[in-house]
Design a binder for this molecule. Structure first.
Ligand code: NAD
Length: 353
């Protein structure tokens, strides 16, 4: 066998199962922390209160102010709450937005992080933080923002609405897909990626019809964990860069944008990444990777056109300009004309070619 690779395993403790949130106080103690501030979005404040109650005397209260894109103003308010509470640990309960706030606090204070994810975004497994200030989003990669521990509790994902389950799940599939053709890919992460796509693509069609199917919920969360490992371990390419540009420029919702763009990005990269395409088709049980992803999204009833989630038609040329403005690595070289066509197809909701 002729292979050569580098693999940095990330030091995160993971507990996975049903009812695992009951162990939250034990896990905080295991981190050597004395007091924990629970973070949530305003929508999940009730869930935060429930977890604060489980923490008992260790609880330093709830900060229910997390919002999308980790704006620095919100982080500053949370910093004040953290200082006032005397907490030496945060328990982030929610999706990528809440995890982002916990990471922003860890970056500034070194506070320990225990994350309890309730979506499939995967941020809990990555040393990546995106923050916004004055409307500009910057992304950094540092072990200082990597959470120390994660509790995956399948029961906490039951309330994730069907539509959000679908788009958040495809967002996770996107991490696994791009890991398969990453420049710094390695065999361990590729195994995780393929199993992630297999688990999510079989669970999601069940979940959109039966959001309370616990077996499918477990499979989806397991796939999302694997996808988070992929995102944390190797570099992403065209799909993630394009979604970042489109989301930031036109203020499009994160998971929906990923859901629409993925099949088109895969079609674009297919000629340059045959092994990755073989893994994706095996995992999906479909003859073609890009068409298989498009068909999955259609079966989930998720959005397929950027036009439907708020991207203006006159933004296509601008998005194409921006997409080629700062070059990055991708398995297939990026040309403006081809990317423009890709964006136009995704805008109209057409099949990938
Ligand atoms: P989100 O965290 O913004 O959550 C979306 C909404 O769903 C929120 O109102 C939230 O309260 C609600 N919600 C979450 N779980 C729920 C549940 N189980 N039941 C009912 N409602 C629930 O969305 P997201 O897609 O998880 O995260 C998106 C953000 O995370 C983006 O800003 C993205 O850039 C970031 N992200 C970062 C990384 C990273 O590695 N740094 C990785 C993935 C995503």
């Amino acid at each position: 066998m002729n292979m050569s690779f580098t693999y940095d395993a990330l030091p995160i403790r993971v507990r996975f199962g049903r009812g695992t949130v009951a162990e939250v106080a034990t896990e905080v103690a295991r981190l050597g922390a004395q007091r924990a501030l629970v973070l949530t979005t305003p929508q999940q404040a009730g869930e935060g209160e429930r977890i604060a109650a489980l923490l008992g005397a260790v609880s330093a209260g709830v900060f229910p102010g997390a919002v999308m894109h980790t704006p620095v103003e919100v982080t500053e308010m949370a910093l004040a709450a953290l200082r006032e509470s005397g907490a030496d640990c945060v328990v982030s309960v929610g999706g990528g937005s809440t995890t982002g706030l916990g990471k922003a606090l860890a970056l500034r204070t070194g506070v320990k992080q225990l994350v309890i994810p309730t979506t499939y975004a995967g941020s809990e497994m990555t040393p990546i933080l995106g923050e916004t200030q004055d409307g500009r989003k910057t992304t950094l990669r540092s072990l200082n923002v990597l959470p120390e521990a994660v509790i995956y509790d399948v029961d906490l994902t039951v309330g994730l609405p069907a539509a959000l389950s679908a788009t958040s799940g495809v967002n996770a599939i996107a991490h696994a897909v791009e890991a398969l053709y990453a420049r710094d890919r390695n065999p361990v992460i590729s195994l995780m990626a393929e199993d992630s796509i297999r688990s999510l693509s079989s669970a999601l069609p069940i979940l959109v019809h039966e959001p309370g199917n616990m077996e499918a919920r477990g499979m989806a969360l397991y796939g999302a964990w694997l996808a988070g490992c992929c995102l944390g371990a190797v570099g992403m390419a065209l799909h993630h860069k394009l979604c970042h540009t489109l989301g930031g420029t036109f203020n499009l919702p994160h998971a929906e944008t990923h859901t629409i763009v993925l099949s088109h990005a895969v079609a674009y990269n297919a000629p340059a990444a045959p092994e990755a395409m073989a893994a994706i088709t095996r995992a999906l049980g479909a003859p073609d990777a890009a068409q298989g992803i498009f068909d999955l999204v259609r079966a989930l009833g998720a959005p397929r056109a950027l036009a439907d989630i708020g991207m203006p038609a006159d933004g296509i040329e601008r998005a194409a300009d921006l997409a080629v403005e700062s070059p990055y690595w991708n398995p297939r070289p990026i040309t403006r004309e081809a990317i423009r066509d890709l964006i136009a197809r995704a805008h109209a909701g057409e099949r990938p070619v």
